[in-house]
Design a protein around this ligand. Sequence first.
Ligand code: 5GP
Length: 184
Amino acid sequence: MTYDDQDYLRRLPLLDRVLIGSEELSLRVQQLGNEIGRDYPDSTPLLVCILKGAYVFLADLARCLSVDHEVDFMAVSSYEGGTQSTGVVKIVKDLRANITNRDVILVEDIVDSGLTLSYLIDLLATRSPRSIRVCALLDKTAAREKDVRVDYRGFEIPKEFVVGYGLDYDEKYRNLPFIGVLKP
Ligand code: 5GP
């Protein structure tokens, strides 16, 4: 944990602890970027950022990629401001890119029940991409309700509600440079 991380902890009374510090995050994101770079030497993959939560992760990941790539954005909503998945996925913003014959990498902040990703994978598969892979920063495997393959996984974490590095609670805490846990 850096001094900065500790300073945030002191200033935010609702924050309980840092789960993954900013230095650990940036090292792992670099490793994921290297892995993806190795897997797509001759293709220009389309990184699809699932908004809003994945925007910080995507921005850092893209800067760790040494291969040509493009980015596009999709916005979905499933939690509507709370901490429990409703299981209902709504497409708030669709892709602009045509993904027919493209190598697509879905970039997610966190996989919890797996409902959001499995819905998105099924939806995008109907558009005939060459391939679809998933890159998720965080994975709560113990919470899985729907089986989804995570090809690039940053960290496996326990079944706790986390915030920071793009992840919010009621639109707050997205700016934290680390992954933290709120007080119960
Ligand atoms: P799933 O459909 O896999 O249950 O949930 C996926 C989405 O739920 C994520 O993209 C994220 O927006 C939200 N989510 C799941 N767990 C957490 C969490 O611990 N913290 C926050 N802030 N969002 C979460």
